[in-house]
Design a protein around this ligand. Structure first.
Ligand code: ADP
Ligand code: MG
Length: 400
């Protein structure tokens, strides 16, 4: 379904409430990755050009429904100001603010306001009707722009969408949906999926779904160990999820899954002092831990990536945080970057690995969603999308 984008509304001298995803990694008030801040700038700039007043809503971290200064969005307001080159007002007490604005019909165009962490509200995560209605009533138009939070049915992503009179989507969300559909719905073939990382249980669902779509699935990272064990290889002390062995064996019988035939194991501690040793998969010893794919596997994966029409990448091939265990991720990442295929990547650590290897300019699209990206590519219906769809249907835009 095509949702109405912000451009389809007359927002001149109107108050526009935008649910964004500014859940960024912060240490000592410094934002470690600004991709999500940058990604929402075009929508805000558009509103400013249209002389609308902007109210931004977001969450940050998991503050458990009460005010916790550790999770304040204040540093993000400053970063936003820098990217926008325009003042951003930080609104701590948004209820008082709401009363004040409701009393005045006067919309202040060129005003950008960021409301304090919406998860300080107990009703946010419980998807409260009351909070949803309150948020929807903050403006004339409610805009969904938080792709990274679409997999949550929360007051600001679900009930507010239901309650708002007019609902649109921002440029970022429109782009995310377009790019993900391009890779998932009508991909150029062959569709090659590269899956790694460590969240085996949640990612197996992704592999399962993609088996119905993809031509080849390349497995690396901690994910690979469960597959290797299912193939009766010794994997020593490697990360594994034994309860999925049966499922994994079944998946292997499809013949479309490739697993490493050589790996790197860690000699010593899993830190900057540990050494990386090459092993064929049937040579791994009982006390060893697999921490990366091996060079032959990386070469084989590179070849398949070069022949692809579309590549979807989620999950590093090894513990890339330490250089000596990061070669597999570097080689495979470089192959994806150089591939003529349409290339799409997503996932928290995947993006960190892309940045680490300076590849961000070489991929066609990097999703701002972690969990939402994973759920989307496993074919799940995201609650945020359901809410948008229901709203669109109620407004006679349903096509069926
Ligand atoms: P993403 O956030 O991109 O979806 P995950 O969260 O699933 O990825 O996993 C990323 C983590 O997986 C990285 O921090 C990396 O160190 C770890 N990892 C990769 N390969 C292995 C391995 N063989 N053993 C243990 N951890 C691994
Ligand atoms: Mg992760």
């Amino acid at each position: 379904m095509n949702f109405r984008t912000i451009e389809e509304f007359d927002i001149a001298r109107k108050r526009v409430v935008i649910r964004v995803d500014l859940n960024v990694p912060i240490r000592d008030e410094v934002i470690l990755n600004t991709a999500r801040v940058k990604a929402i700038i075009p929508t805000i700039e558009y509103c400013l050009r249209q002389h609308a007043e902007v109210v931004l809503l977001s969450h940050l971290g998991r503050p458990k429904g009460t005010c916790d200064p550790k999770f304040t969005l204040q540093p993000v307001a400053k970063e936003l100001e820098r990217f926008l080159n325009h003042p951003v007002e930080f609104v701590e007490d948004w209820r008082t603010w709401l009363r004040r604005s409701a009393d005045s019909e006067h919309v202040l165009d060129s005003r950008v306001q960021l409301v304090e962490n919406i998860r300080f509200e107990p009703g946010e995560e419980s998807n409260s009707n009351v909070l949803g209605e309150e948020l929807a009533s903050l403006g004339d138009l409610y805009v969904m722009e938080a792709f990274g939070t679409l997999h949550r049915a929360h007051a600001s992503t679900y009930k507010a969408v239901q309650a708002a009179r007019q609902v649109g989507i921002g440029f970022l969300l429109a782009q995310e949906l377009r790019m993900l559909s391009l890779a998932m719905v009508s991909p150029q073939r062959p569709l090659v999926v590269v899956i790694g990382g460590s969240k085996v249980s949640s990612k197996l669902k992704v592999v399962q779904h993609l088996l119905t779509q993809a031509d080849t699935i390349l497995i690396g990272g901690g994910m690979a160990n469960t597959f290797l064990l299912a193939m009766k290889h010794t994997i020593g002390t490697s990360l594994v999820e034994i309860e999925f062995l049966e499922e994994v064996s079944e998946m292997l019988s499809s013949g479309r899954i490739k697993v490493p035939h050589d790996v790197m194991v860690c000699d010593g501690s899993l830190d900057e002092h540990g050494k990386s040793i090459h092993r064929l998969v049937d040579e791994v010893k009982a006390q060893e831990m697999i921490v990366d794919i091996g060079p032959d596997t990386a070469r084989c994966y590179t070849k398949l990536i070069k022949q692809a029409g579309t590549v979807i990448w989620n999950g590093p091939m090894g513990v890339f945080e330490y250089d000596q265990f990061g070669e597999g991720t570097r080689v495979v990442g470089k192959a994806i970057g150089e591939s003529a295929a349409f290339t799409l990547a997503g996932g928290g650590e995947t993006i960190a690995a892309i940045d680490h290897n300076d590849l961000s300019q070489q991929l066609d699209y990097i999703s701002t969603g972690g969990g939402a990206f994973l759920e989307f590519i496993q074919g799940a219906t995201l609650p945020g999308i359901s809410a948008l769809r229901a709203h669109a249907c109620n407004n006679d835009r349903c096509r069926n």
